[in-house]
Write a protein that binds this ligand. Structure first.
Ligand code: ADP
Ligand code: MG
Length: 321
């Protein structure tokens, strides 16, 4: 019997699963130490995180010194930003706030064109430079880095490395739906059976697949965090190019060699949709993805290449690319 232990972490649910309860509790200890350290670096919410300190320099010409872990994650976030032409954009803090997310006051109407324009001006990613190793420049006032689309995945990779170093085996790490499997499975199968949630909430899962040792998976959806403005539901994933919440997509899931790549990709593929998303995915060897368009009356899953073991719920129609 596999033992799942879960606890609250970073505003979401963290969990570990292993063959034995005792092992799961020990794995939890390792993970919480890693997450506590990471949260002090990446948190968007804490005013005392390293990220908040860095954001405090926006509008100066200073080269801001970064810890190695923040330097690495910021570079990787901006690489995905450039690769996607700004669809993935780590500067969406002000845009998120304009739509009533990230602790801002709830909004009852869509932000005005002027408000959005002002927020987008503060999301101009071409302004941000990395002039020296371990240093970043945020020359425009009001720039506000937000690593919410990629940070949890990187925390899972850090937990994975710590567990591996401590000689753990057969552990599934889960941080708010960002998964990574440290070897085999608790059941002697060649992977961990992983469910894809039904974004329409009609059935318990839209599909399932096996996550193999070392692999990571992440999902993005419009079902967990959203705001309702005049009866319309707006998801917490924005198109970084327009500053508007993505419409038309219900969920994406990505399997990748690392949890950071899976996390970043699940967010950007949600924004790009199927056609442009497939093109971006082609530059990511070892990754596979699925999209669930926001068509509740015709539940459909669109699969990229690379899935060999995907089982859809009978309610969902499968479309291969
Ligand atoms: P979750 O946080 O629910 O696991 P995601 O990994 O998809 O889901 O990340 C969503 C978060 O990413 C948002 O809360 C926000 O902080 C940030 N975000 C939203 N839109 C974008 C975007 N276009 N590019 C980068 N980050 C984004
Ligand atoms: Mg993500």
């Amino acid at each position: 019997m596999s033992r799942r232990v879960q606890w609250p972490e970073m505003g979401t649910v963290a969990a570990v699963q292993s063959p034995q309860r005792e092992m799961s509790y020990r794995a939890k200890e390792v993970c919480t130490a890693v997450y506590t350290e990471a949260d002090a670096v990446f948190s968007t919410w804490r005013t005392d995180s390293e990220l908040a300190r860095v954001n405090g320099y926006a509008g100066t010409n200073d080269v801001i010194h970064l810890s190695p872990s923040l330097d690495r994650l910021l570079r990787s976030a901006f690489a995905l930003c450039r690769e996607s032409g700004g669809a993935f954009n780590p500067l969406l803090g002000p845009v998120m706030e304009a739509w009533g997310f990230n602790g801002a006051d709830p909004v009852t109407t869509e932000p005005s064109a002027a408000t959005l324009q002002a927020a987008l001006a503060r999301a101009e990613w071409r302004d941000v430079t990395f002039p020296v190793p371990g240093g970043i420049r945020l020359p425009r006032a009001g720039l506000k880095l937000d690593l919410g689309g990629i940070a949890k995945g990187s925390c899972v990779d850090a937990a994975y490395a710590a567990l591996e170093k401590a000689a753990f085996r057969n552990v599934l790490i889960d941080l708010g739906g960002n998964l990574r499997a440290l070897e085999g499975s608790a059941f002697g199968r060649d992977g961990w059976k992983t469910a894809v949630r039904d974004p329409f909430g009609k059935v318990s899962f839209a599909g399932s697949f096996l996550l193999r040792g070392g692999e990571a998976a992440a999902s993005s959806g419009n079902y967990e965090r959203f705001v309702v403005i005049k009866g319309v539901r707006y998801a917490h994933i924005m198109d970084g190019r327009t500053g508007r919440p993505v419409r038309g997509m219900a969920a994406t899931t990505v399997v990748a060699p690392t949890a950071e790549e899976a996390d970043g990709l699940s967010t950007v593929l949600f924004v790009l949709g199927v056609k442009d998303g497939m093109a971006l995915l082609a530059n990511h060897p070892g990754c596979r993805a699925l999209w669930i368009p926001d068509t509740p009356d015709e539940p459909t899953i669109i699969l990229s290449d690379g899935w060999t073991d995907f089982h859809a719920h009978p309610r969902f129609r499968i479309k291969n690319r």
